[in-house]
Design a protein around this ligand. Structure first.
Ligand code: SAM
Length: 283
């Protein structure tokens, strides 16, 4: 995957997440919208933070790097627990919303409007390390998410943890029923939103495997509109790096009704993964 694709996707994100999209973000972000997913995220964060504390000197606090931090839904829980957070995002407008959301913790927050690859390379070159690197609903925005994960692992402290939440499972790994159900659930929400004709045309084009460089919608949510994130490749990467990993699979969709039905039926289309020297491994 080349540098050009990474730049096009980053630019598409800074264009797509303008101030209007930032206001609308919650409705299209199941992990921010649904209390059950916020609760799942919260319980994973508490476990990660507690493990981090065990390896942090009593005079210090865990250092967290939030990649593609957006409007702060991943940053805030870490700040509330007492961590110091560096939040990175390519969208000015998302970071403005993040700063507003996290005002009470301004002294513990550093917000950088920058491409994550630039930021990670800068951290690596200056030797800065983090106890937690979080990528929440973010890997699917990056064409080469495996390269990004490798760069993120390189800035972890010896007991550091990489934490990714809210990523679409590799579409081919879903059973036919879960795949069809996820599509119907998405459409049941999408049909009440604007630009129906444009959305329909893009979907029809993508179903033929055609993606356009100059279409921000094709490039912002890069892998969500393509094949999803390859969770097996992620696990292999952690194994090769000698790290433990723990995967959690769950159901997520925008519509409240379908979120209820899908999770009640025990369907899975989304995953979280925690990796580090945690002493726990499993999918
Ligand atoms: C779906 S949002 C996730 C926001 C937040 N982490 C959350 O979970 O709500 C993805 C964010 O990644 C940012 N982003 C995408 N590509 C980026 C890149 N290459 N560098 C920095 N930020 C990027 C977008 O601007 C957007 O705010």
């Amino acid at each position: 995957m080349d540098e050009r694709a990474a730049k096009i996707a980053a630019m598409a994100n800074s264009v797509v997440y303008d101030s209007e999209a930032t206001r609308d973000y919650i409705d299209g972000a199941p992990h921010v919208k649904h209390a059950s997913l916020r609760a799942l995220y919260g319980s994973l964060v508490v476990g990660i933070y507690d493990r981090s504390l065990k390896h942090t000197a009593t005079s210090e606090v865990p250092q967290v790097l939030d990649l593609g931090a957006g409007e702060g839904s991943a940053t805030l829980p870490f700040l509330e627990l007492g961590a110091r957070v560096t939040a990175v995002d390519v969208s000015e407008s998302m970071l403005a919303a993040l700063k507003e959301k996290c005002t009470a913790y301004a002294g513990m927050l550093e917000a950088e409007c920058r491409d994550v690859f630039d930021m990670l390379h800068h951290m690596r070159d200056t030797g800065r390390k983090f106890d937690v690197v979080v990528a929440n609903s973010f890997l699917h925005h990056v064409p080469d998410y495996l390269a990004l994960t490798r760069d993120a692992v390189a800035v972890l402290s010896p007991h550091g943890q990489f934490f990714s939440f809210q990523e679409p499972l590799w579409h081919d790994s879903l059973g036919p029923f879960a795949r069809r159900f996820s599509n119907v659930a998405y459409l049941a929400w999408r049909v009440f939103k604007g630009d129906k004709l444009g959305g329909f045309k893009r979907r029809r084009r993508r179903s033929r495997g055609l993606y356009l460089e100059d279409c921000p919608e094709d490039n912002a949510e890069y892998h969500a509109v393509r094949e999803g994130i390859d969770q097996n490749a992620m696990m292999d990467l952690f194994k090769e790096s000698g790290l433990d990993y723990q995967m959690v699979r769950y159901f997520s969709t925008q519509s409240r009704l379908f979120q209820f039905i899908g999770s009640s039926l025990g369907m899975k289309n989304t995953f979280a993964i925690i990796s580090g020297n945690t002493g726990k491994s499993g999918a």
